[in-house]
Design a protein around this ligand. Structure first.
Ligand code: PEP
Length: 250
């Protein structure tokens, strides 16, 4: 039985003050949605604050990116062992904004996935097609290529300690959500690809949906057989909205 995960990607938003308020709100309502696992992903500089606020609660935290390297002359980067210092449970790798704005290739994303696992931080691997790719009918081959880079480097067993997030790029931050059936079709495809290599791992791997998920659509999305929660951007910046999404998955 896969426990649902509702994860909030705060992107480059927030201040120390707003984050304190947001976490107070989430903590106040977390017990009501205990059936679902909650996780938040602040900008790096607020990691210590988030750890202080969430230690001892059931809410997990992590970061939105990490370096593929463990240490060294990589100005501006943050390494896996540093995430371990702040007891991160998860790290997002291969978010489409990293792939498109910062040129992260499938191979680099795979190396980041490996770097996270090396320090015991669970990667949340983001995959998904652009609108152009969907219109060309190549959604499955794009997602398969993104997944394959990780499978080739790390092997199927790596997904025992990882999560996948299917995020159609055309739905991120656009207000346009995939229909439950569109999302389910791709989730089922991803699970089938994993099952070709190991049916047990495939059955246990959580696959989240991301892309303009909000309380108004999260219930029907999370009711689909292969959708195991959500990776939430905009709606995760409001405690009430974030908790309402989680409640719809209970
Ligand atoms: C995201 O950035 O992962 C995301 C899903 O954003 P939004 O919910 O704002 O579309």
């Amino acid at each position: 039985m896969r426990r649902k995960l509702v994860a909030g990607n705060w992107k480059m938003n927030g201040s120390a003050e707003s984050i304190r308020g947001l976490l107070e709100g989430i903590k106040a309502g977390a017990a009501e949605v205990a059936a679902v696992e909650l996780a938040v992903f602040p900008p790096f500089v607020y990691l210590e604050l988030v750890e202080q606020q969430l230690s001892g609660t059931a809410i997990a935290w992590g970061t939105q990116n990490l370096s593929e390297h463990a240490s060294g002359a990589y100005t501006g980067e943050v390494a896996g062992p540093m995430l371990q210092d702040f007891h991160c449970a998860y790290v997002i790798v291969g978010h489409s904004e990293r792939r498109t704005l910062y040129g992260e290739s499938d191979e680099m994303v795979a190396r980041k996935f490996a770097a996270a696992r090396k320090v015991g931080v669970k990667p949340i691997l983001c995959v998904g097609e652009t609108l152009e790719e969907r219109d060309q009918g190549v959604t499955e081959s794009v997602v398969e290529r993104q997944l394959k880079a990780v499978l080739d480097l790390e092997g199927i067993e790596a997904f025992n300690d990882a999560v996948i997030a299917y995020e159609p790029v055309w739905a991120i931050g656009t207000g346009r959500t995939a229909t439950p059936q569109q999302a389910q079709d791709v989730h089922a495809f991803i699970r089938a690809k994993l099952a070709e290599q190991n049916p047990t791992v495939a059955a246990e791997t959580r696959i989240l949906y991301g892309g303009s998920m909000k309380a108004a659509n999260s219930g029907e999305l999370m009711a689909m057989a292969d959708i195991d929660g959500g990776l939430i951007g905009g709606a995760s910046l409001d405690a009430k909205d974030f908790l309402a999404i989680a409640r719809s998955g209970c």
